[in-house]
Design a binder for this molecule. Structure first.
Ligand code: S3P
Length: 427
């Protein structure tokens, strides 16, 4: 449990921890590359630590060399060993889906499972294409859910039109494509985050990217790399929102990942009249990075749908909080994917906001929020969803009475130091 009180201003400078999506991928790609991959700026959140454990169980030597540094001693695409026991991914959708792609290329038996949220999340979206490639892969309820059993081996390349814009699905297929005969192409309805494409290219994979489609060509091996991980934009987003809505605020966030497939929230905030200055743009490997300066702003409501949704999918619960403070209506549609995240996020954020006195209209694929609402405060539960916990903590900074967050430990999944960093900005 954690109690958040209202505050009068935010100021100072912080650095958010490493990007979650890239941290997972650095460990995975390093594990199947040849040589020693050095990772700096790794996110020591529960999700990414599960990825490390899973690949250690698959026989990879992974060593912590500093606070956020690791060495992964990869021995090549075909070096993984049959695990002695079930592979447990905790709460991490990225771990289970991407690892399923890699295991589809391995000539052994493995079982992937996770916590009570993971075993309810849709897995047919990866089982279907991986089976088409030739993997023997199954799951509970006719392949709908984890636990997943995988017996991989010889794969054929496919062209797959994914019904959802999902980087986890796309990446699982591309990783299996490394083990396939011939090329593998994934086509998406809208472009999802492209960290896999960028990092695989850095590791020497041969890829072609064209608007909504990515093709990977098999290669005998990937080469180990030095990977410098940028700060996670999705973690930075909580402080961006906080500085926009808490009066008299001005903060700086350093080394934030600025990959255009991830920063839809920044574009939306700017359209809402948010004052955000981007400085010192540079790159960490294949990923752009910048510093951000954010000031208290008078926000206006906005309508969001279509191709924007995958670019800010993880920030939508937070946007709901922001929308309560904007002038006019905010409407989000085409975001049905929110219903199959760590929780049904349309429902969980609606329940949490109503508990603290905010009116929100739930849509099948989004929500509508009237602006300029008072947040009264009260008790909420994260329902085990880290992003609901952090979004509601930001609401607590401007609530009339404290917001008491139950199951706040869920936040450790992606940002164990969240409250430490938040308290640093409170003067
Ligand atoms: C992620 C992709 C997104 C995102 C998740 C991380 C990734 O999920 O919501 O937090 O690392 O590839 P989907 O691919 O299911 O949209």
């Amino acid at each position: 449990m954690y109690t958040v009180h209202s505050i009068s201003s935010l100021s100072g400078s912080i650095q958010v921890p490493g990007d979650k999506s890239i941290s997972h991928r650095a460990v995975m790609f390093g594990s199947i590359a040849k040589g020693i991959t050095e990772i700096n700026g790794f996110l020591n959140g529960e999700d990414c630590l599960h990825t490390i454990k899973v690949f250690q169980q698959l026989g990879v030597n992974i060593e912590r060399t500093g606070e956020t540094s690791y060495k992964v001693n990869g021995k090549g695409l075909y070096s993984l060993k049959e695990p002695q026991d079930v592979l447990y991914v905790g709460n991490s959708g990225t771990t289970i889906r991407l690892t399923a792609g890699i295991l589809s290329g391995q000539p052994f038996y493995s079982v992937l499972t996770g916590d009570s949220s993971i075993i309810r999340r849709p897995m047919k979206r990866v089982i279907e294409p991986l089976s088409m490639m030739g993997a023997k892969i199954d799951g509970k309820e006719n392949g709908r859910f984890a636990p997943l059993t995988i017996r991989g081996g010889h794969l054929q390349g496919i062209t797959y039109e994914s019904p959802v814009a999902s980087a986890q699905v796309k990446s699982a297929i591309l990783l299996a494509g490394l083990y396939a005969d011939g090329k593998t192409t994934v086509i998406e309805p809208y472009r999802s985050r492209d960290h896999s494409e960028r990092l695989l290219a850095q590791f020497g994979a041969k890829l072609e990217v064209q608007d909504d489609r990515v093709t990977i060509f098999p290669k005998p091996d990937l080469e180990a790399q030095l990977v410098q991980i940028p700060g996670d934009f999705s973690s930075a987003a909580y402080f961006i929102a906080a500085a926009l809505i808490v009066p008299n605020s001005r903060i700086e966030i350093k080394n934030v990942g600025m990959n255009e497939t991830r920063i839809g929230f920044l574009e939306v905030v700017k359209k809402m009249n948010g004052k955000v200055e981007i400085t010192d743009i540079r790159s960490f490997g294949q990923e752009p990075v910048a510093n951000l300066i954010i000031e208290t702003s008078s926000l206006t409501g906005i309508e969001i749908s279509g191709e924007m949704i995958p670019r800010l999918i993880d920030e939508l619960p937070l946007l709901a909080v922001l929308a309560t403070q904007a002038e006019g209506l905010t409407k989000v549609t085409d975001a049905k994917e929110l219903r199959v995240k760590e929780t049904d996020r349309i429902k969980t954020i609606s329940v949490a906001l109503r508990n603290v006195g905010v009116e929100i209209e739930e849509l099948v694929d989004g929500f509508v929020i009237k602006g300029k609402q008072k947040i009264y405060g009260g008790q909420i539960s994260t329902e085990g969803d880290h992003r609901i916990g952090m979004a509601m903590a930001i609401a607590g900074l401007i609530a009339e009475t404290p917001i008491i967050i139950h199951q706040s430990e869920a936040i450790h999944v992606s940002y164990p130091q969240f409250f430490v960093d938040l308290n640093r900005l409170i003067k």
